[in-house]
Design a protein around this ligand. Structure first.
Ligand code: BDP
Length: 333
């Protein structure tokens, strides 16, 4: 008697086909829904670039990661959002390095007034080995910086008068971002610094709680601050890079292939943001001028710089381990 075969070839094929169909039906790949924080309104260069990032990531990970960007800081103010991203409650964000300083001390080097001579110097330096050192410092605090955006140069603006010399800052109540270095910066110029969330500045200017603030042209314009504070003085005291950062826990959950795709999308987003930025600076400048804003050069930038020396001295005294980073940035320009 012939032994019966356990499985016929056709039976095997059928089972394989059924199993395959079941797997396809019952186990669609679970997409990672990523929540992204953005402080700016739709249409702002950073917002547009973040949308491009989200779209490219969804496409190049074949839908395994689905980022969604929440504009206008609806998920919280910046210091809060930094903590949320560190803990993995948020998956990605575009952060300015100003409010990052209190959390990642090495990034405070970027907040030393006048450390960068130009926006181009900042881009070049952040694209290189120094940018990598800063990315490493961020990674230690659970933030994976994938690319660097620009945010131009920040200048002082106020409701009272043009600022031409440090003496003109005397008595001005100026809002600063959340970082003690900026409090010292304004105090050293003779003003009164008031740290405050970005979203509260418009109202504070309107009600006279503060007389001024400092920012780049696009933010001065898009926030509406120019409607109230009509004197924009080109102190250009800070040239701050911004990161496109991913939460370490979200990053670590990705396959190597998806990490590559996400990094490439972040780099493309930075290229787009930098290009859109330049265009927006011009548009914002035109818009504020058309509304009657008075823009002035400062007569003697060196006078402002000289007032910042004690900040450098104190910073290096408090953070001797960061002296080489300061020196390396200076030497690279
Ligand atoms: C803008 C930055 C944003 C800051 C804001 C501020 O892009 O990240 O939060 O300034 O002044 O230029 O708070």
């Amino acid at each position: 008697m012939q032994t019966r075969k356990r499985f016929s070839v056709t039976g095997c094929l059928k089972i394989t086909a059924i199993a395959g169909a079941l797997a396809a039906m019952a186990l669609p790949v679970q997409a990672e829904q990523w929540r992204g924080w953005n402080i700016h309104p739709p249409g702002y260069p950073n917002s547009v670039a973040l949308q491009s990032f989200a779209k490219e990531v969804a496409k190049t990970t074949d839908g395994r990661v689905e980022p969604k960007v929440y504009d206008n800081a609806v998920l919280g103010d910046q210091p809060d959002a930094i903590e949320q991203t560190r803990s993995g409650a948020l998956d990605f964000a575009n952060f300015n390095m100003g409010p990052m300083g209190p959390i990642v001390p090495a990034t405070n080097v970027l907040s030393l007034p006048f450390i960068f001579k130009s926006v181009d110097d900042m881009y070049r330096i952040m694209n290189g080995e120094i940018g990598q050192r800063l990315a490493d410092a961020l990674a230690e605090k659970n933030l994976i910086a994938l690319s660097w955006f620009g945010s131009g140069a920040r200048s002082l603006y106020n409701t009272e008068h043009p600022i031409r010399t440090p003496a003109d800052v005397k008595g001005i109540k100026a809002r600063v971002m959340n970082n003690d270095l900026y409090v010292e910066m304004i105090d050293n110029l003779g003003g009164n610094a008031t740290p405050m969330a970005y979203g509260e500045v418009y109202q504070a200017l309107k009600t006279g709680v503060i007389d001024g603030a400092e920012n780049n042209y696009p933010s001065y314009e898009s926030s509406g601050h120019y409607e109230v504070a009509k004197y924009y003085s080109l102190t250009q005291h800070l040239i701050l890079p911004e990161c496109l950062c991913v939460a370490k826990s979200s990053w670590d959950a990705l396959s190597e292939q998806d990490q590559k795709a996400v990094r490439a999308a972040a780099e493309h987003a930075a290229t787009e943001q930098r290009k859109l930025w330049q265009e927006r600076v011009e548009k914002s400048k035109e818009k504020v001028l058309a509304s009657g804003v008075k823009i002035n050069e400062v007569d003697d930038k060196a006078a402002f710089q000289a007032k910042m020396q004690p900040i450098y001295d104190e910073f290096i005294k408090q953070n001797p381990q960061l002296e080489s980073l300061v020196k390396d940035i200076q030497a690279a320009q």
